[in-house]
Write a protein that binds this ligand. Structure first.
Ligand SMILES: [Mg+2]
Length: 339
């Protein structure tokens, strides 16, 4: 495969409403789109590290892409060599790995005349269950699982908020409580005890990312399944979580953990250990989000995923339709989206 064109397009897209998580406020989503051309096919991918979550900077992204471009420029390489070079040039930039793997698979799937998920897995479904988000999605939008940001109110207000949400959405709706690592162990134990009376699917990252020992301890104090998000940064970190028996659910962000190859390894590891796996976006634009949807489908993920984040950004582009709490892939081969 000889790549004839290599294009990097920086973007900065405004959020519809500024987003706040513990300690961070986001007004724009920044990153780069990558386009690779081979024969008559164009493949696209997105590298957009999220400040506060990702460890690499946008500058490092540009350097890594430039290094990869130099390595492949004018060369006729087979797929194995291409993926090897992607690995070499994205060792500390998982977002670059995700973007380049997306673009190459986009090309290969288009060549095979298949949607990307079906190219990687002929049994892949065309739609995936997704969770809604309180504050964005409403009762009646068709979601059966809602994500709630917690950990920034006092405990009485947290309880009141959950009573209100249960009343609005209904008792049959499950909630995922995302704490973004704000509690210490005694506070997490208290919080979980108070949440057990609600219909909780899991509690996400109740303790700081590196605090696996206390996460393991917390599992002895509550019935609520414990999910890790910020704790998973790559395959090694996932192995460590399993060694420490620190979680029941893996939340995998392809932009953080680095693309199709690494995510597949983590998903298979989780599966072998009876760990539930959820794929979530990192608030990417349409290109990155589509890649996440195809990645989840290609790996037969059955959990509702955190991929209904399209409405947070002002993009003015077609987005994957969400109906009855499910996202369908767009028509067409490959990723189904263009630059
Ligand atoms: Mg989270």
């Amino acid at each position: 495969m000889k790549i004839s064109h290599f294009k990097v397009t920086p973007f900065s897209n405004p959020f519809v409403k500024a987003l706040k998580t513990s300690g961070m406020t986001y007004t724009h989503r920044e990153g780069v789109w990558v386009q690779l051309n081979y024969a008559n096919f164009a493949g696209v991918g997105e590298a957009s590290p999220l400040p506060g979550f990702s460890t690499e900077t946008l500058k490092e992204v540009h350097y890594a892409l430039e290094g990869f471009h130099q390595a492949i420029d004018g060369e006729d390489l087979d797929c194995e060599e291409l993926f090897l070079l992607i690995g070499i040039h994205s060792q500390n930039t998982p977002s670059v790995r995700f973007a380049l793997e997306s673009a190459i698979y986009d090309i290969l799937a288009k060549e095979a005349e298949l949607p990307l998920a079906k190219y990687l897995n002929s049994n892949a479904a065309s739609e995936i269950a997704v969770n809604g988000m309180t504050g964005i999605h409403l009762p009646g939008d068709g979601f059966t699982i809602m994500k709630v940001k917690v950990g920034f109110r006092n405990l009485f207000d947290e309880i009141e908020n959950m009573e209100y949400l249960t009343q609005s959405f209904g008792k049959e709706i499950q909630f995922r409580l995302d704490c973004n690592g704000v509690f210490d162990l005694p506070k997490a134990i208290r919080f979980c005890k108070e949440m057990e009376k609600f219909n909780i699917d899991y509690i996400e990252q109740p303790l700081p990312a590196a605090n696996l020992e206390d996460l393991a301890e917390l599992t002895y104090h509550t019935e609520i399944p414990i999910a890790v998000d910020e704790s998973i940064t790559d395959f090694q970190s996932a192995e460590k979580i399993i060694d420490e028996q620190a979680a029941d659910v893996f939340i995998i962000k392809p932009m953080i953990t680095g693309g199709f190859t690494e995510c597949k390894k983590i998903i298979e590891l989780g599966r072998a250990e009876n760990i539930r796996t959820v794929i979530t976006s990192t608030l990417e634009t349409n290109i990155g989000r589509s890649a996440c949807v195809h990645l989840a489908l290609a790996n037969d993920i059955s959990e509702a995923c955190g991929l209904a984040t399209g409405s947070l950004l002002n993009e003015g582009k077609p987005t994957q339709p969400i109906q009855s709490g499910k996202i369908s892939i767009l028509d067409g081969n490959g990723l189904g989206v263009d630059l």
